[in-house]
Design a protein around this ligand. Structure first.
Ligand SMILES: Nc1ncnc2c1ncn2[C@@H]1O[C@H](COP(=O)(O)OP(=O)(O)OP(=O)(O)O)[C@@H](O)[C@H]1O
Ligand SMILES: [Mg+2]
Length: 141
């Protein structure tokens, strides 16, 4: 499954992405520097109508976003592993606690710590296609 979009269409793409990925909890976003991972993750959070952003005090590599769905309070973890030195640091920061929680996790730079991810992680790639277009693709592996 894949989507090509410009910024003007990012919300519609985010909506379609959530529909395609129904039931998935952990998402690993692969893509080069500046490919658009954070921008797309923010659009995904926007689509869930998140309320608060709570940054983790320790390493600020984990952000929590709260939203409600079907009258239930839920949480999204947005995790950026870019500055991570090793898996030990990920563990200390509580990344595994998030990845093995009941909550949705949207993770940038998963290749920094591939061993931490649950088997049923959905791997997604984001690429630049020309100046303004991005290609988001769900990997079939
Ligand atoms: N269609 C698009 N989708 C997403 N971003 C786009 C698009 N077109 C242009 N951009 C721009 O590309 C940049 C993407 O930056 P962003 O921080 O999202 O990338 P990133 O993959 O998270 O980078 P990093 O690896 O540094 O975390 C932003 O400046 C954004 O405005
Ligand atoms: Mg980013």
């Amino acid at each position: 499954m894949e989507w090509r979009f410009i910024l003007d269409d990012i919300q519609a793409t985010a909506k379609s992405f959530w529909q395609a990925a129904a039931g998935v909890r952990v998402f690993a976003f692969h893509g080069a520097l500046g490919a658009g991972k954070t921008t797309f993750i923010h659009a995904l959070c926007e689509e869930k109508k998140v309320k608060d952003v709570i940054s983790s005090p320790t390493f600020s590599l984990i952000n929590e976003y709260l939203f409600s769905e079907d009258g239930v309070e839920k949480k999204i973890y947005h995790i950026d592993l870019y500055r991570l030195k090793d898996e030990e640091e990920a563990r200390l920061a509580g990344v595994e606690d998030c990845l093995y929680s009941d909550h949705i996790c949207l993770v940038e730079w998963p290749e920094k710590s591939p061993g931490l991810f649950p088997d049923d992680t959905l791997h997604v790639s984001i690429e630049t296609v020309g100046n303004q277009t991005r290609l988001v693709r769900i990997r079939e592996n």
